[in-house]
Design a protein around this ligand. Structure first.
Ligand code: ATP
Length: 313
């Protein structure tokens, strides 16, 4: 698949829902480079979903309201862009995979083919792309199942595969794992990581901060519609202002703080449990991945089933 690389650029974005007294987003600016993952975190009601909707054009195309500032994706001015054009550039996966199913297909295979058919992609190409997406999302065994008769975790993988198959360069993913068990959560993140490694630009809202610490290149903290902090996971999660703004912290950061208050010397600033274990001198899962990345890399020389980039350890 050959998704072109695309930058997401939000500049001084202020947005007010129709009829609302106050703006939900206030002067938000962020840049997400191609092939990187930006996690948007912050307390409930901070405006994270609204920001996702601004990047995929639902704000203001669908919700209307008043918007100022700019949102650009792959050079396109999102509020002015044609919706079909945007659909080719931005894929999205939201919390409830059930609502993302088209509702008019009888099999997972047809569900994946549906969007491509709408775009007028030739049948042979559709077949090739669907087969590839089934394989990458490791849902080949579900191909003949009805999309509505799958578990939540299976549906979320199908939702991600139906984005993967469209080959959009930008993905907006809003709390994809909130309804999933730990195993399905891991599966979904493996796929998200693989999409990033394949060069896609990812904007992710996620409340599980250990996953954010492991996968994000950049973390943006939203509070009451404003970007109050931003930086690498290390910068954001070691900054005391993050928790003060009502954002959650990775469990390893909480654990390290608790251990320190009990007089345990925890060297460095471990963000993942694996890194914490390594810092404490324990077994951190052998040699799979560095302590800093929490062992996200697999031992078989691939990342989520895709080859590692050249030069990657
Ligand atoms: N369609 C809408 N019309 C009017 N106000 C809305 C609409 N959708 C969201 N809001 C308001 O915008 C604010 C931000 O909501 P948003 O869902 O973007 O926050 P969030 O950070 O994603 O929250 P959560 O973590 O709870 O999902 C809230 O005050 C919410 O009530």
């Amino acid at each position: 698949m050959g998704a072109v690389s695309a930058t997401v650029e939000v500049t001084d974005l202020t947005y007010t829902y129709p009829g609302a007294d106050e703006a939900t987003l206030r002067g938000v600016s962020l840049t997400v480079e191609p092939g990187t993952l930006c996690a948007v975190i912050g307390p409930n009601g901070a405006g994270k979903t609204t920001l996702c909707n601004a990047i995929r054009g639902f704000v203001p195309h669908f919700y209307k309201g008043e918007l100022s500032g700019t949102v650009r994706v792959a050079g396109q001015d999102v509020p002015a862009a044609d919706e079909d054009e945007l659909a080719r550039t931005v894929g999205y996966v939201f919390q409830n995979p059930f609502t993302q199913m088209s509702g008019i297909t009888d099999t997972v295979y047809d569900e994946l083919a549906f969007g491509l058919g709408n775009l007028g992609v030739p049948a042979l190409q559709i077949r090739e792309r669907v087969e590839e997406a089934l394989e990458r999302a490791r849902i080949g065994d579900l191909r003949d199942r009805h999309p509505f008769q799958l578990s939540g975790g299976q549906q979320q993988r199908v939702a991600l595969a139906s984005v993967l198959v469209m080959d959009q360069p930008v993905l907006v993913i809003d709390e994809p794992t909130s309804q999933l068990d730990p195993r399905s959560t891991e599966d979904v993140f493996e796929l998200v990581a693989a999409m990033k490694e394949a060069g896609r630009t990812v904007v992710l809202v996620e409340h599980k901060m250990s996953l954010v610490a492991e996968h994000a290149d950049q973390v943006v903290v939203l509070d009451a519609g404003e970007v109050v902090l931003g930086g690498t996971p290390h910068e954001v999660f070691t900054d005391p202002r993050t928790a003060a703004h009502g954002a959650l912290l990775p469990e390893a950061v909480e654990l390290a703080a608790a251990l320190r208050t009990r007089g345990v010397d925890v060297p460095g600033a471990p963000l993942t449990v694996a890194a914490l274990a390594a810092a404490l001198g324990g077994a951190a899962g052998g040699t799979a991945g560095s302590a800093a990345d929490g062992g996200a890399h697999r031992d078989d020389g691939t990342v989520g089933g895709l080859p590692r980039r050249a030069g990657e350890a």
